[in-house]
Design a protein around this ligand. Structure first.
Ligand SMILES: Nc1ncnc2c1ncn2[C@@H]1O[C@H](COP(=O)(O)OP(=O)(O)OP(=O)(O)O)[C@@H](O)[C@H]1O
Ligand SMILES: [Mg+2]
Length: 269
């Protein structure tokens, strides 16, 4: 099995393809989760995400964003309720197929990078997809270029700065060309130019994107839909412009309205 953030590499059958066409990209039904130590983290979450949507997940520290995201590729399995990806219920048995579709960029890039060089790390996924060496190299170069990290190709991932590691971790997932991209706090720790590049990159994608973030300007620029989480529940689901103008909602959920509009990028297209 691939590392947990990487889409899986076995090709499997296409038995599920008919369902994939009609089913939503992501469906959470009555999802509840408590960690093994008993800490409750998600409570009765119902969410449906269509193919190609860019959906932000916002909420205060501890609201349940990362826990929710980790259910999308089976890093966590529900205590109650159901998670389905392209109509396929996420269970231990379906993990390889689920992870073929879902690319997951961790909140902490150290959880994701493990090869001796950046180039090897980004090549790991596509190499295991059975692509030819030339195709792998093309994917690696394109992914590193996209995140502005081409100059880091020969470096050791563990010797990079936090922002550099994050860029490389994103490249490693992009190189697998997942149909659903899940990112946990992708802009944290990036400098302004890196953040701007990330926003433009995320705006340019057409695949389904689910992005947990505290960066409300990124939300405005990239996502037409935002889920607001509070104490393990999704308490609001709507357009960022509408929800970020609801000061009572923001206050109740310990959030602040965005300061800088869309950072000059314009609202999500
Ligand atoms: N491994 C764990 N074991 C026990 N409880 C956990 C674990 N990870 C998270 N929690 C708890 O689950 C709840 C939700 O945490 P989660 O990490 O999903 O929040 P978050 O919204 O991602 O927060 P942040 O903005 O700080 O990243 C919190 O109460 C947290 O303390
Ligand atoms: Mg988190």
């Amino acid at each position: 099995m691939s590392p947990p953030g990487r889409p899986e590499t076995d090709r499997g059958s296409s038995e599920h393809s008919a369902k994939q066409v009609s089913a939503p990209a992501v469906e959470l039904r009555g999802l509840s989760y408590a960690y093994p130590d008993g800490t409750p983290a998600l409570s009765d979450v119902d969410v449906c995400i269509a193919h190609g949507e860019a959906v932000a997940v916002v909420g205060a520290n501890g609201a349940g964003k990362s826990t929710l995201l980790q259910h999308l590729n089976g890093l966590l399995l529900p205590n109650q309720g159901e998670v389905a990806i392209d109509g396929l219920p996420v269970t231990r048995a379906t993990l390889p197929r689920v992870r073929r579709s879902v690319g997951f960029v961790f909140q902490d890039a150290d959880d994701q990078l493990f090869m001796p060089t950046v180039r090897d790390d980004v090549a790991f996924g596509p190499s295991n997809q059975g692509l030819q060496a030339q195709q792998v190299q093309a994917r690696v170069s394109a992914a590193l270029e996209a995140v502005g990290a081409a100059h880091l190709a020969k470096r050791a991932p563990y010797r990079l700065s936090g922002g550099e590691k994050r860029a490389v971790a994103i490249a490693g997932v992009l190189a697998m060309e997942p149909s659903i991209l899940v990112l946990d706090e992708p802009s944290s720790g990036l400098d302004p130019a890196g953040r701007r590049r990330l926003i433009e990159l995320l705006r340019s994608f057409s695949m389904t994107r689910v992005i947990a973030t505290h960066d409300l300007d990124l939300v405005l620029a990239v996502c037409k839909r935002v889920l607001v989480m509070h104490e393990g529940r999704v308490v609001a689901d709507g357009s960022p412009i509408d929800l970020f103008a609801d000061l009572a909602l923001l206050r109740r959920c310990h959030l602040e309205p965005p300061l800088g509009g869309t950072g000059g990028a314009g609202p999500a297209r």
